[in-house]
Design a protein around this ligand. Structure first.
Ligand SMILES: Cc1cc2nc3c(=O)[nH]c(=O)nc-3n(C[C@H](O)[C@H](O)[C@H](O)COP(=O)(O)OP(=O)(O)OC[C@H]3O[C@@H](n4cnc5c(N)ncnc54)[C@H](O)[C@@H]3O)c2cc1C
Ligand code: SF4
Length: 194
């Protein structure tokens, strides 16, 4: 096992500051994707920044819509009365994914940021994967292409985002608010996807 440092900041600004200081840091939320990738050696962060206990799990009515925190668990969002009544597509998309145990752990932020399920990305025995190892090539272009992109691919990578939830958020024209070194920014998820 590769050694790494574990930290648990108490607010989002502190979490961002750590990630800026340590470019090899990775945020840990529910861990359902990151820990699998660490076990297989695809991800090897020098620092794991545990954001799972940040107070960002709210699901609140806001200005005619709903605001959902990055740490809200997928099960809590899918089962929330506001989401089930007003945004059933989001509830259905979440329930379509994974299993109840995984949805109890998985967070909204982690779901959006989960890595692609490209077979070659997941298996470090394949040397060619530009996403895992920039400049190495793309094994999928001449290999197994089920689940890969038909539209919006590039010569460097034909992988897709694997999540169901992001599709529902795009249908709902959702806005994502991210905090980074330059402060908070908002983007429509449809603009991020394109
Ligand atoms: C067996 C299995 C089946 C699955 N099936 C489906 C499926 O059918 N449909 C589907 O959509 N998904 C599926 N998933 C994926 C699952 O939805 C994701 O693993 C989960 O949503 C990730 O959330 P998490 O909180 O556990 O993220 P983590 O594993 O903690 O993190 C995932 C990534 O997001 C980053 N990250 C996490 N939170 C933040 C944040 N707040 N800000 C910035 N970066 C962040 C992490 O650094 C990491 O790179 C499946 C997973 C498994 C293991
Ligand atoms: S499509 Fe190619 S570059 Fe992209 S993740 Fe898969 S193997 Fe890697």
């Amino acid at each position: 096992m590769r050694p790494f440092t574990y930290t648990r900041p108490t607010d989002a600004r502190a979490a961002v500051a750590i990630a800026v200081r340590e470019p090899d840091a990775k945020f840990l939320a529910g861990g359902t994707n990151l820990l699998d990738l660490m076990k297989t050696g695809v991800e090897h962060p020098a620092q794991v920044v545990d954001v799972s206990r940040l107070p960002l799990a709210g699901i609140e009515e806001r200005e005619g819509g709903v605001r959902i925190g990055a740490m809200a668990r997928n099960s809590d969002v899918a089962n929330h009365p506001l989401i089930r009544e007003r945004y059933p597509v989001l509830s259905q998309a979440l329930v379509a994914g994974a299993s109840p145990q995984l949805r109890n752990m998985a967070t909204m932020g982690g779901n959006l940021m989960q890595r692609t399920r490209c077979y070659y990305f997941y298996d470090p025995t394949y040397a060619e994967c530009n996403k895992r190892n920039p400049g190495s090539g793309c094994a999928a272009r001449t290999g197994e292409q089920r689940l890969h992109a038909i539209l919006g691919a590039s010569d460097a990578c034909i992988a897709t985002h694997p999540g169901d939830m992001a599709v529902a958020l795009a249908v709902l024209d959702a806005v994502i608010r991210v905090t980074g070194p330059q402060g908070a920014r908002t983007r429509r998820i449809s603009a991020v996807a394109s």
